[in-house]
Design a protein. Sequence first.
Length: 188
Amino acid sequence: MGIYTKTGDKGSTGNLLGERISKASNFIDLQGSIDEVNSHIGYLNALISKNEIIDEKEKEHITNLIIDIQNALFNMGVEISMNFTKIKISKENVGILEKEIDRMASIMPIQRKFILYSGSEEGTYAHVIRSVVRRAERVFVKYLIEKEVSEYPESYLYINRLSDFMFTLSRFLNFLQNKPETIMKEWV
């Protein structure tokens, strides 16, 4: 398979249904946003993998979970590219994120104040990803509104939950590395 096809040289691309779509469309914006999230998550996994402070068993659990998330995002791209005619993301996928959020939250101290996005390199980068996921979520909503869907698909719920997961993961990574959270100072 060649790397370049030249079929997009005039500003359009194809989806998995064989339709030509403008690269300026909400569809492409959504696919690009999901791709951006996925690449950031891959980089976070590289940071976590080389970390020497995090317990090996916990590190393996997190890195395997991140690989599952990356697979889910690729499958989400397929689902979107097939115009939701083939569903790839299920309630169970969303439930896995919720279970992991609950697991991490049960291990850490309760958050009682607003925090700044700080701490370890891995923890801070997880917050960068959280903000990129939030942008992808906004693009997803625009796309669904344009498509006039009556019910949001599980893949949208997955993206929504993924930002919550990244927030919790950030705090958890800081907790595992004994990096204190910086509390927001209220200005008068």
